[in-house]
Write a protein that binds this ligand. Structure first.
Ligand code: SF4
Length: 349
């Protein structure tokens, strides 16, 4: 099914187009100490290899801000500086060559300080992301209002603050742990503004639960055509965030990256331990860049039919299995060779 994306303005974070019909981009955030340039650059390079397209760095103090110049120079992907409270750090970040800022004007302070940050961003034509977070909303918002309404009000204040300086290189996020509130907030704000939206479910948790929480929230919004760039926030190494981000986009046919593994759950018809075989194939596919669909099915009765569109697959039987391509049988394989033959087929595709 062709998905209709909500039309937003296009901005550029370095060389990555965001909004305006550009592919939904995958972001992550470094978990190193930004002051440690070597470790931060190493992590950015690792994430780039994993497919990360935009990287955000926390900038907690002047030493971290001073490190940005070197980090930016060595980063293969655009860098976003994440700054709270201290407008001078934001200005240093802009002067260091970063590709975007994440600030909230409301916590930067007096209008002249916000203006100084905006003028710095304008001088280099770099965007500012307004990142509203449910955990740090302005205290004067009516607590009786639903969370989504409070988040929207907070975001609109920040948008108006930037617009008051005639600055429109804006991206907005409204993140909460609560999925229904996050979905409601993004749905409503997407009707109020046409700036590109960065999606995320914040503090989503450990991968086992956080990936599901993120996939549910982001999946609903992306299916609505809402969202121009995403980050999956996990209590895990950021490469897991990038992997999960692509899996969400691949599930919705919004992006392609690397192999897709179709494996059946197994049932009383399974004639091999499908869990072990599927896990082995999944591990073996790590690092393969080809955009292919691979199927591992537990029986020859339903297997080929259920994975008919796979580029290559095995329907396992006791002692031997059927190798198939696009649902057509192309050979038989001994059980001891399932993994080896499947990988050989993948290499030859
Ligand atoms: Fe069961 Fe076969 Fe379907 Fe796997 S493919 S779930 S073994 S019927």
């Amino acid at each position: 099914m062709m998905q209709i994306r909500k039309s937003t303005r296009q901005i550029h974070i370095g060389n990555v187009a965001v909004g305006g019909g550009a592919p939904v981009s995958v972001q992550s955030m470094t978990k190193t100490d930004t002051r440690d340039i070597k470790s931060t650059v190493a992590q950015i390079k690792e994430l780039t290899k994993a497919g990360c397209e935009i990287i955000r760095l926390g900038v907690p103090d002047a030493e971290a801000a001073a490190a940005l110049k070197d980090i930016k120079r060595q980063s293969p992907i655009p860098v976003v500086a994440d700054i709270h409270f201290d407008y001078r750090l934001a200005i240093t970040a802009v002067e260091s060559g970063v590709d975007a800022l994440r600030i909230n004007p409301g916590n930067i302070g007096a209008p002249e300080r916000v203006k100084a940050v905006v003028e710095a961003a304008r001088s280099r034509q770099i965007p500012i992301r307004i990142g509203v977070n449910a955990g740090s909303l302005p205290r004067d918002l009516d607590p009786a209002l639903p969370l989504a309404e409070r988040m929207i009000e907070a975001a609109m204040r920040e948008v108006r603050a930037l617009e008051s300086f005639e600055f429109d290189l804006i991206k907005v996020s409204l993140k909460a742990f609560d999925v229904p509130a996050t979905v409601a907030a993004y749905r409503k704000i997407s009707r109020l503004i046409d700036y590109p939206l960065h999606l995320g479910i914040t503090e989503a948790g450990v991968p086992r639960t956080g990936v599901i929480r993120s996939a549910v929230g982001l999946g609903v919004l992306l299916t609505d055509g809402i969202g121009d760039t995403i980050r999956v926030s996990l209590s895990a190494h950021p490469r897991e965030e990038v992997f999960a981000g692509y899996e969400i986009l691949k599930s919705l046919n919004l992006r392609q990256r690397g192999p897709v593994l179709v494996s059946c759950p197994g049932c009383s018809r399974s004639e091999v331990d499908i869990t072990v075989l599927a896990e082995s194939v999944s591990q073996a596919l790590t690092g393969i860049d080809k955009t292919i669909k691979v199927a591992v099915m537990g029986c020859a009765v339903n297997g080929p039919g259920e994975a008919a569109d796979a580029d290559v697959g095995i329907a396992c039987g006791r002692g031997q299995g059927i190798l198939f391509r696009k649902g057509e049988k192309v050979g038989s394989v001994a059980e001891s060779d399932f993994l080896k033959v499947l990988l050989k087929e993948i290499q030859s595709l």
